[in-house]
Design a protein around this ligand. Structure first.
Ligand SMILES: C[S@@+](CC[C@H](N)C(=O)[O-])C[C@H]1O[C@@H](n2cnc3c(N)ncnc32)[C@H](O)[C@@H]1O
Length: 292
């Protein structure tokens, strides 16, 4: 069953102006392709390490495009189950072997609580104002022993677009990256969220919490992602007085010439698992971690 969302509502959080990189624009689809190219290898490595395999039940939160739900569907096979949810499901395709449902992880109850072996969200929570509630919703969807894997950028840890800012083109790229960070912060994004993930997972009641980080430096996928992002937010950058047309055109030309060696903020991947639940005086309490 596919439940599609209204293209008018994605992540609109009222006073903050809503999610900056909303799925309604064509550039969102391009961004999903390049995010997949840059990070799916990292994410799939975590899936394998956390024991996702034939028969696993997985919930992909804020899925965006098809690549991760399709990869999970291939890993779990016909005896498993994959649910892909998003505020705006228009880039998802159910016939790739996974179910699709519109779901706001910050407002809706967990689908099928207590049943998933893996719940995963990548580059989602940084944009969600009520992150603690979203984490609680995802944790409540896990079976005892199931893993929560959250991957989010920490753009304050490494804010540069060009690590080697030796020339004017590189310094312009860094100014424009900073302007985009300003726009994101103005929409309620938490730019230091990645580093807080281990503590946030422990606060959500998870056990055996650990994390790692990675970021690509240079290459075509970084260039293409940057160009798509610039086109996506161009209007907002100009309206906010953070950049002008000439500057953005020059930046796009430098990207096209492939001479910037663009990079990204580190992606922090953090994981923890639900403990075994035991009824105690009418309440369920976590008493221990269990094997996956
Ligand atoms: C930067 S994209 C990341 C997409 C994908 N997870 C990836 O890593 O390529 C953020 C996604 O989160 C979704 N999203 C934002 N807020 C959400 C919410 N409250 N509930 C569910 N999805 C949300 C957006 O619609 C978008 O598809």
């Amino acid at each position: 069953m596919v439940m599609t969302s209204s293209p008018t509502d994605p992540t609109d959080s009222g006073a903050t102006g809503g999610y900056l990189l909303d799925n309604a624009r064509a550039e969102a689809g391009e961004r999903f392709v390049w995010l997949a190219e840059l990070f799916d290898g990292v994410t799939r490595g975590h899936f394998e390490r956390l024991g996702v395999g034939p028969g696993s039940r997985c919930w992909e939160v804020g899925a965006g495009g098809t690549s991760i739900p399709a990869a999970l569907a291939a890993m779990v096979g016909p005896t498993g189950y994959v649910l892909a949810t998003d505020l705006d499901t228009s880039w998802l395709q159910e016939n790739d072997g996974y179910d699709v449902r519109r779901h706001d992880v910050a407002a809706d109850p967990p689908p099928e609580p207590g049943t998933f072996d893996l719940v995963h969200a990548r580059l989602v929570l940084v944009h969600v104002p009520d992150r603690a509630r979203a984490l609680a919703t995802m944790a409540a969807a896990l079976r005892p022993g199931g893993w929560l894997l959250i991957e989010d950028a920490d753009t304050a840890l490494q804010p540069l677009a060009c690590l080697d800012d030796s020339g004017p083109e590189q310094r312009r790229a860094n100014r424009i990256r900073n302007a985009i960070r300003e726009l994101l912060a103005g929409r309620g994004a938490e730019l230091r969220y990645g580093r807080t993930l281990p503590a946030a997972l422990r606060a959500a009641g998870l056990a055996d919490v650990a994390a790692s980080g990675s970021f690509p430096v240079g290459g075509v996928a970084c260039d293409r992602l940057e160009a798509s992002t610039i086109r996506h937010v161009r209007r907002e950058l100009i309206a906010a007085g953070l950049a002008d047309d000439a500057e953005l055109d020059a930046h796009l030309a430098a990207i096209g010439a492939g001479r910037l060696d663009l990079t990204l903020a580190p992606l922090i991947s953090a994981w923890g698992r639900a403990g075994r639940m035991r009824a105690g005086g009418g309440q369920s309490v976590v008493v221990e971690g269990v094997e996956p």
